[in-house]
Design a protein around this ligand. Structure first.
Ligand SMILES: Cc1ncc(C[n+]2csc(CCOP(=O)(O)OP(=O)(O)O)c2C)c(N)n1
Ligand SMILES: [Mg+2]
Length: 354
């Protein structure tokens, strides 16, 4: 006997196309004022990104991973999340911290290289930036496990890149989340590149979302440059989280370098980048809101000026910040092991950071 024992499919979701046209049947139930708010956050994220890049180039910020081009994925997720939901980032989701109320001063303190800037992640119900690729996912699955155990009305939303989906941590996390039916949502921010490795070299799988199928959980692919599609997919996944996890693959594009330590012109032709400019996540929302009389170039100018003022004020404050070097010892463990106490004592005695 031979019979088919399984077949699977992955849906693709787009609500607003590149020209700002909306599929009303898929449109999430929300007032236009919410779309204006989302747009302002996308603009804010882009302005913040440009400023941080400029500071890094002047030696005033540490190695930085730009987000330009990925604003809709980040703000779409942030807008669908509720206050008690826990956000688990990798290292590029500055837009989500912003939308969850991170004090801008802390953001700049962090990107100057001081962990002190990460302290406010707690008040945002977020974990700190995670640079080791993929390790945030087992942490996130653990957080979701406790939410389920303590019957919290909240979910955990964790991010991973296209490259991160090749890590064992990714598979282990979705497997664990599936078996335990955790309120866990994994956002794959598929920006088509993992430093110099293109998506085509990452996996032979046709979509990254279909990896969910093997773990027995929901998987969906969305236009990650469409803030409404991302918002809808995440809102649906939050509702479905009482029955278990969802993987959401957001198709977007890394318009800039991997980090400020990278030069993409060495491995990526401009001809590949060019068509993505038409798919810009801000452009389409701008067109939609302008057509409805809810946005204008004047409003764009005024909002940008206001955001830049806030940003500049925060940079001024962050540049006056003086870290306490003892912090690098104190924040490592919930209690300090004796070996570390010895190291701290020796560091203080020898004044080694002067
Ligand atoms: C475990 C581990 N391996 C390698 C690296 C070096 N590294 C940093 S980011 C990166 C690529 C990540 O690509 P992707 O997951 O697509 O995320 P993106 O940078 O595109 O947001 C690599 C290999 C690392 N930080 N951690
Ligand atoms: Mg990537």
């Amino acid at each position: 006997m031979k019979k088919q024992v399984y077949s699977g499919a992955i849906d693709y979701l787009q609500v607003m196309d590149e020209n700002g046209n909306v599929d009303m049947q898929l449109m999430p139930d929300m007032p236009d004022s919410k779309i204006v708010d989302m747009y302002k956050y996308m603009l804010f994220a882009r302005n913040l990104d440009a400023k941080t890049l400029s500071l890094q180039r002047q030696g005033r910020a540490a190695t930085y991973a730009p987000l330009i081009g990925e604003e809709a994925t980040q703000i779409g997720v942030a807008s669908a999340m509720r206050k008690d939901d826990i956000f688990v980032p990798s290292f590029r989701q500055h837009g989500i911290y912003l939308a969850r109320g991170q004090p801008l001063e802390d953001y700049f303190i962090y990107w100057k290289g001081y962990e002190d800037g990460a302290k406010s992640t707690k008040q945002m119900n977020a974990l700190p930036v995670c640079v080791p690729v993929g390790t945030q996912l087992p942490h996130g699955a653990g957080v979701a496990f406790t939410q389920k155990h303590f019957k919290k009305d909240a979910v955990t939303i964790a991010f991973v890149g296209d490259g991160g989906t090749s890590e064992g941590d990714f598979y282990e996390s979705i497997n664990f989340a599936g078996v335990n039916k955790l309120p866990f949502i994994i956002i794959i921010e598929n920006n088509q590149w993992a430093i110099s490795v293109p998506r085509s070299r990452q996996t032979a799988a046709q979509t990254l979302a279909q990896k969910a199928i093997a773990a027995g959980i929901r998987g969906v692919q969305v236009d990650g440059n469409d803030v409404l599609a991302v918002y809808k997919a995440v809102s649906d996944a939050i509702v479905a989280a009482k029955d278990g996890p969802t993987v959401i693959e957001c198709l977007t594009y890394r318009m800039s370098m991997h980090t400020t330590a990278d030069d993409p012109t060495k491995y990526r032709p401009d001809s590949e980048v060019e068509p993505w400019k038409d798919k810009d996540p801000l452009k389409r929302v701008n067109m939609y809101l302008t057509a409805k009389g809810l946005w204008s170039s004047q409003l764009e100018q005024d909002t940008t000026a206001q955001q830049q003022k806030q940003i500049d004020g925060a940079v001024d404050k962050a540049e006056q910040f003086k870290p306490d070097p003892k912090g690098m010892f104190e924040t490592l463990y919930s209690f300090m092991p004796d070996t570390l106490k010895d190291e701290e004592r020796s560091a203080v005695e020898n004044n080694f950071w002067m």
